[in-house]
Design a protein around this ligand. Structure first.
Ligand code: PLP
Length: 391
């Protein structure tokens, strides 16, 4: 007889399904631009983070294959052992120049960076102050650090000021998404930087959804707000607007050197494959030379915001191409997603624990590859679908 120690799992899956919380993979075949094929049907993709439409760009593909050709399909070892390749160094130098920092260090993904960096900066005698809507990877990294985890209400600088004034922690780390991943709104970075200065706290900003899109050179929200030099830890990803894969932390040289020695998710993992780094380098060229891409996706975002506001959705604080269409229950979000799919739009339901209970939603993500007519078409389809949704 087969082992039965895992017999509990089917019941667990049924329980998740009954609550509308079971998740499943779906294979997406890229067709062209934002059009994808899902289960044999062509749909307009409205839920990718490929905000600049670069993932399929021929320049990135070529750069990826050139890098693989020159330096191999895999790095073969961790950076610290025998995996520190020229392409890693070249990409780090480019990232530091873009961010205006002394140094940058690659991580294998945004998840790796956020999971490993907090523990390199703080420990048991310290405290981390974390916006309640920060990404799950940040929360995991905070928990791994063993520092006291103090959560403040979303973007609530006054609450944070009180918490910082009362803490007795040795070191203090304030960590925030720059643009919040499920809401598209911006952290009050200037105010956070002021509080950090006043209380001697470190400021860690995750630009996963803003790097490549916001700011005069696309360096992110800190650049857009003119506070780059007041952020201590600039974290960002290479797999979203930059269309490649991986992540980085940019900051001072001593910070980078500390992370090389202390960040477990840097030390104990095989280095990024050259192809991902080659593609990211090509993406940085495009970000520098084609600012029209970010202007276009931001103009589409304004168009979608206006349309969603007319339908009664609260999107006023959105600053990046992430539009939260909050519908409430899991059932409602799932029904909206499948009704839209029938009409040719691919936008998946986002449910707890990704978002707080009662705020299940469609997270509409736009890209520079979309056209105005697609935004208008989606808004019309959504207006058609809304009246038929369950309560
Ligand atoms: C704010 C934020 N940080 C980090 C990550 C993780 O990045 P990656 O997909 O590169 O692991 C994500 C997304 O998934 C995110 O939304």
């Amino acid at each position: 007889m087969a082992r039965s120690a895992l017999d509990w799992i089917p019941g667990e899956l049924d329980a998740l399904a009954a609550k509308g919380l079971r998740r499943a993979l779906e294979t997406i075949a890229p067709v062209q631009g934002p059009v994808v094929e899902v289960a044999g049907r062509r749909l307009v993709n409205l839920c990718s983070n490929d905000y600049l439409g670069l993932a399929a760009d021929p320049r990135l593909r070529r750069a990826a294959s050139d890098a693989a050709e020159q330096e191999g399909a895999g790095a073969g070892a961790s950076r610290l052992v025998a995996g520190d390749l020229p392409v890693h160094r070249a990409l780090e130098a480019r990232l530091a120049a873009w961010k205006g920092t002394q140094a940058a260090l690659l991580f294998n993904s945004g998840y790796h960076a956020n999971a490993g960096v907090p523990a390199a900066l703080v420990g048991r005698d310290d405290a981390i102050f974390c916006d309640v809507l920060n990404h799950a990877s940040i929360v995991d990294g905070c928990l791994l650090s063993r520092a006291e985890l103090v959560r403040y209400r979303h973007r609530d600088v006054d609450e944070l000021a009180g918490l910082l004034a009362r803490t007795r922690a040795r070191r203090k780390l304030v960590v925030t998404d720059a643009v919040f991943s499920m809401d598209g709104d911006a952290a009050p970075l200037r105010e956070l930087a002021e509080l950090c200065d006043r209380h001697g706290a470190m400021l860690y900003v995750d630009e996963a959804h803003s790097a490549g899109i916001l700011g005069p050179t696309g360096a992110g929200l800190a650049e857009a707000l003119g506070v780059s030099d007041r952020v201590d830890v600039h974290m960002g990803t290479l797999g979203k607007a930059l269309g490649a894969f991986g992540a980085y932390v940019a900051g001072t040289q001593p910070l980078a050197e500390l992370l090389v020695s202390r960040a477990r998710t840097f030390v104990f993992t095989t280095a990024l494959p050259p192809a991902a780094c080659g593609a990211a380098l090509a993406a940085l060229d495009v970000v520098a030379s084609e600012p029209a891409r970010r202007a276009h996706v931001l103009a589409l975002t304004e168009r979608a915001k206006a349309g969603l506001a007319r339908l009664g959705f609260d999107v006023a604080s959105v600053v990046a191409p992430i539009l939260p269409v909050v519908l409430g229950s899991e059932a409602r979000a799932l029904a909206a997603s499948s009704a839209l799919r029938e009409r040719g739009w691919f936008v998946r339901a986002i449910r707890p624990p990704t978002v707080p209970r009662g705020t299940s939603r469609l997270r509409v993500a736009l890209s520079a590859a979309h056209e105005e007519a697609q935004v208008d078409g989606f808004l019309a389809a959504l207006a058609e679908v809304l009246p038929g949704l369950p309560p």
